[in-house]
Ligand binder design. Structure first.
Ligand SMILES: [Zn+2]
Length: 69
């Protein structure tokens, strides 16, 4: 399999960062070149949405356990 390479600086090192565009309700998870910062792509938010849903279920269970509805 070919290795992903930054189109600007040829680096093969990448990182995930959260961008906060003006007017956006939430941050956007972006993969970018670790060397020069060029964005490679937006990471699907589905894992984040899944994590939020799981946390919501835990909060609901805790609320029921302490009986505050
Ligand atoms: Zn780069």
């Amino acid at each position: 399999m070919a290795e992903t390479t930054c189109g600007t600086c040829d680096s093969t090192d990448f990182e995930l960062v959260t961008l906060h565009p003006a007017g956006a309700a939430a941050g956007i998870l972006v993969a970018q070149c670790e060397n020069c910062g060029v964005p490679i792509g937006v990471v699907s938010s589905s894992p984040i949405s899944r994590a939020v849903s799981e946390l919501r279920l835990e909060v609901d269970a805790l609320r029921r356990a302490i009986d505050i509805g």
